[in-house]
Ligand binder design. Sequence first.
Ligand code: NAD
Ligand code: LMR
Length: 329
Amino acid sequence: MTRTPVNVTVTGAAGQIGYALLFRIASGQLLGADVPVKLRLLEIPQGMKAAEGTAMELDDCAFPLLKGIDIFDDPNAGFEGANVALLVGARPRTKGMERGDLLSANGGIFKPQGKAINDHAADDIKVLVVGNPANTNALIAQAAAPDVPAERFTAMTRLDHNRAISQLAAKTGADVTDIKRLTIWGNHSATQYPDIFHAEIAGKNAAEVVNDELWLADTFIPTVAKRGAAIIEARGASSAASAANAAIDHVHTWVNGTAAGDWTSMGIPSDGSYGVPEGIISSFPVTTKDGKYEIVQGLDINEFSRARIDASVAELVEERDAVRELGLI
Ligand code: NAD
Ligand code: LMR
């Protein structure tokens, strides 16, 4: 049976993450090796020519699953019929820019894109926001799309999740595949909290295996939380291939499910679980099945974790209040 292609819209398609992402989507790694895709690339007018170049390269790969590529600079057209939307393009912070300026500049991108998704995307649309500040950009887009179920808007903390697994594996000598049930809580920012108290390494409690609270507080957490800045310092540009990889992982897991006994981390609209105020887009431990996710419930949160979750959530509440004041939500 021939399957109908899935429409995948990627914004910021001509950027560095876009370049690392599009070929993997077209090769079947986003949705599955048997799922044909049509790509819809959304750029701003200045990015159109470079996006056309990337589209030429995609053609030149003759990917069996790629059933079409269209390029747009109009969000209404770009999101027409989209089943999956990866919102990568964002306004980066530039010198002298205050946080309010950054939120306001991104509001100018994510509010119209949310509205375009509301008005033009397919009924089963799933949205992943990668562009920073990812959680609050997702909130802005979600608020502009009242006809789309709020839970379809998610923000990326999978890169943080993968970074934490890698750091934990290096510390303990375990294989990354032995590490399960790690959680990123809160914001995709330096306040995020990578939690190993419920994580397992080859079936044993990770915090007990590590047994080193000093390493946890002074090395592990800051290394994971500040990894983005360390990459910028080393590369002279923000993470791109690892960010694209995490975007692939996020959507693949959302669509295809978490493995039995494991969970992942996603920035999602809070339902009030774990004392996180309802509505803000915060990272939680989630399981996924049949294209839906659920927050893992009933985890015991110790004092060490509580203080750190609360600090990151407080930052998200501040960001929400700031965009509310700016009239963006
Ligand atoms: P980049 O500057 O290389 O590319 C961004 C692209 O977006 C550019 O081509 C630009 O023309 C385009 N763009 C800007 N406004 C747009 C709009 N309104 N519609 C469509 N396209 C638009 O940046 P990059 O390295 O690809 O990073 C993209 C974003 O991802 C940044 O905000 C970065 O901070 C963020 N990021 C997030 C994570 C995460 O873990 N959540 C990780 C890495 C990077
Ligand atoms: C990352 O985590 O690598 C990025 O979010 C860093 C950034 O500021 O773009």
